[in-house]
Design a protein around this ligand. Sequence first.
Ligand code: SAM
Length: 333
Amino acid sequence: MIAGPNGRARLTRLATGHILTAALSAVAELGVVDVMPVGEPRQVDDLAMRVDADADALHRVMRALAAEGLFVEVEPRAFATTELGELLRDGPQSLRYVALLHGRQTMPLFCDIVGTVRTGVPVPVRREGRTRWDQLADDPEQAALFNRAMRGRAARLREALRAVDWSDVHTVVDVGGGIGGVVLPHLADERHLHGVLFDLPHVEADAKAAIAEAALADRCDFAGGDFFHAVPSGADAYLLSNVLHDWGDEDARRILGATRAAMQPDARLVVLEDLVPPGDDPHPVKILDLQMLVALGGRERSEAEFAALFAASGFELADVAGTGPYALVGRPV
Ligand SMILES: C[S@@+](CC[C@H](N)C(=O)[O-])C[C@H]1O[C@@H](n2cnc3c(N)ncnc32)[C@H](O)[C@@H]1O
C-alpha cells in the first residue's frame, strides 16, 4: 500500500510538529499576546518594538501561528488575537507556561527519545543519573516554570472535582499539589473545606505565594516532605492530582501506600487523572504518556490499570466520576 499525496503531507506535518512547538514557545517567551489589546489589531512593527524582536521574523512566526488559529492577520502585517491565542495571555490560569514548558524543557529531552525507547529509562536518569524532580530541586527558575505550567493546566481538572460530593469532607491533603493549581480553586468552590498543600520542600516559597495570592492563607497550609516517606495524617480526603502518572507501578504503589498509612479507615482518596481509552482513536493522553515515559519514567493508565494499582495498595476503586479528566475515588480496605 502506497500513501497518496495526503498521506505524504500528513507525515511531513507530523515530522515538523516540533517547529510549531518552538514557534509557540517563542511567542510565549516574548509575551507577544500580553502587549496585544484584547480584540484590537496591532501592527507587527509596533509589536516587535514592544517585545524587542525583529519585525520580519516576528511577522513570519505570527503568520505561521495564525494558520493554526492563534491570531488573525486582519490586514497586511496587523494581527489580532483569537480566543485560542488569548489562552497565552499571562495570568494564574494561562497556558503561557505550558507552551514555555514544552519549548524549554520537554523538547530538549525528546531529542533523546530513541535512547529511552531502547532502554525504557527516562532521559534525565540516563544522562545524569538523577530524576527530573532532583534536577528541578536544583534549578529554581525551571522549577518555577514547571509549577506555573502545572497551575495553568489544572483549570481543566476543576470539573472532575465538582463531580465528587465534598459535603462530608472537612480537610483535604493535596499530595504532590505543586503550587495549588488544583486545591486552591477547589477551596474557593467548597468554602467549608480546609486544605493542606503537600509537596517537596523546594516548592514551599512559590506555594505560599500562590496561597497568599488566592487570599486563602486562613484555609490552606503548606507542608513540605517526601511522599515516599510520609504524608500528613488525619485528613478526611487525600487528593493525588496528576501525580501517579509521573511514576511506574512500583513507585506509584509506594506513594499510595504512604497515603494509605496516613488515612483513617473512613477517609477517601481522590485521584485526578486522564484515562487511556481502548482503541486507536487520537487522544491527548496518548501523547502525555510519551512525556511521562521520556521525562519521568511514568505512565498513563487505563481504568482497569488504576483498579489493579488501587487493589495492590490497600484501596478499592469505589467510583469514577467526571467525563475526562476523571476523579477516581478510592476507599481504604
Ligand atoms: C505533575 S506535578 C502535579 C502537580 C499538581 N498536583 C497538579 O495536578 O497540577 C507532580 C508534583 O509532584 C511533586 N513531587 C515529586 N516528587 C515528590 C515527592 N517525592 N514528594 C512530594 N511531592 C513530590 C512535584 O514537585 C510536583 O509538584
